[in-house]
Ligand binder design. Structure first.
Ligand code: SF4
Length: 384
């Protein structure tokens, strides 16, 4: 059976963080209930399409999925098990934010089959949290973490952010240190740099010069320190911004970077099936009126687009892309298609081959320097 990843989008939050451009908003309880009912309808209505697939990962994301009643998460997973063939070893993740869960809710997630928890912390500094518009403090995060461990979770991710307004390298490192002192240490840490996205309050503040962002050098230091400190504590960097203890890389995200097929449910959720990409509409009202009628434009990917994605996504991971995999997918060698770009970037010290002796079994990976400027390198794999 072919592998499939499932994504469920729950677009609700207690309130909007100042930097966030995700499809999420606060909503009344009745709206949340109606949405969850519609989501179950969409799952039941579409599952038949995927009867030849075995579900390998499930990701309940948002938004803040933990703002809906725990009963909905239980019903969601029940429906998934009823409607799909799910691998016994499936990774089942949910995103939660401190301030939206208690011990009972976490325990109910665990009992329902969730085996991976992703907690949004962002910073251990309360001033920085306030500046981001987060709803929680460091203490509340600590409580959530403690309750999660108590509920039985051993596969926990903690999200942190660098390059925050007013943040110094020292302050950022203090966040890292505090996270590393958690008992037990988190199995996974995602460390992203803040990006000021158009249309957010941060973008407005930035235009008025009211956002004191760290300069490029400071940002680079934070990035380097992340890698050094996490490496010292036994984390392997397996993707540009993701670090994990051995065996705890997020399978759902790795599948996405390896172009495993995925099906998304809920507003704005994207899918990639049979080399066709499609996305649900973003309107909550339309979705509530007809959850099965909101599928947007279906884009059939050309071979060139598939090749671009193969490189663009694969190079994000430190394991890089495998020559054999490229051949299997396209019946052409990597060198045949991208020889000149690869040669140039190897000469510039940005790419290298791992396992160079193997015949077509080599892996093309970004070097340390290449990882630092990965967007520049990856852009060169786009066809004009
Ligand atoms: S909690 Fe996450 S999804 Fe919700 S507003 Fe904040 S950053 Fe956005």
């Amino acid at each position: 059976m072919k592998k499939l990843e499932l994504y469920f989008h729950i677009p609700f939050c207690v309130r909007k963080c100042l930097y966030c451009d995700f499809l999420s908003a606060p909503a009344a309880e009745e709206t949340k209930d109606a949405y969850m009912e519609a989501l179950l309808q969409e799952i039941r209505g579409r599952a038949e399409t995927y009867r030849e697939y075995l579900v390998d990962t499930v990701f309940i994301g948002g938004g803040t999925p933990s703002v809906v009643n725990a009963l909905w998460i239980e019903r969601l997973l029940e429906t998934v098990y009823q409607c799909f063939s799910v691998s016994e070893k499936a990774e089942i993740s949910i995103e939660v934010n401190p301030g939206t869960v208690d011990g009972e809710k976490l325990y109910r997630y665990f009992a329902a089959g969730v085996n991976r928890l992703s907690i949004g912390l962002q910073s251990a500094n309360d001033e920085e949290l306030k500046g981001l518009g987060r709803i929680h403090s460091w203490q509340e995060f600590l409580e959530t973490y403690r309750l999660a461990v108590e509920a039985g979770f051993c596969n926990i991710n903690v999200d942190i952010m660098s390059a925050l307004p007013g943040q110094s390298t020292d302050s950022y490192c203090l966040t890292l240190e505090k996270v590393l002192k958690l008992t037990p240490q988190p199995a996974h840490i995602s460390a992203y740099s803040l990006i000021v996205e158009e249309g957010t309050p941060f973008a407005e503040m930035d235009k008025k010069g009211a956002l004191q962002l760290p300069d490029e050098e400071c940002e680079r230091q934070m990035y380097k320190r992340t890698e050094e400190m996490l490496k010292r504590h036994g984390y392997e960097r397996y993707e540009i911004s993701n670090y994990a203890k051995e065996g705890y890389a997020c399978r759902h995200n790795c599948g996405y970077w390896r172009r495993v097929e995925y099906a998304g449910f809920g507003i704005g959720a994207a899918s990639l099936v049979d080399n066709k990409r499609f996305q649900n509409g973003r309107s909550l009202a339309d979705y509530l009126a007809n959850p099965l009628g909101c599928r947007g434009h279906i884009q059939e990917l050309s071979e060139k687009e598939q090749m671009e994605e193969f490189l663009f996504l694969g190079l994000r991971m430190t394991e890089g892309v495998e020559e054999n995999g490229f051949w299997d997918a396209f019946g052409k060698t990597l060198t045949e298609v991208y020889g000149a770009v690869i040669e140039k970037n190897i000469a510039d010290g940005l790419l290298e081959y791992r396992n160079p002796e193997a015949d077509r079994g080599r892996r093309l990976v970004l070097t340390e320097r290449g990882l630092d400027i990965s967007n520049y390198v990856m852009a060169q794999f786009l066809f004009d």
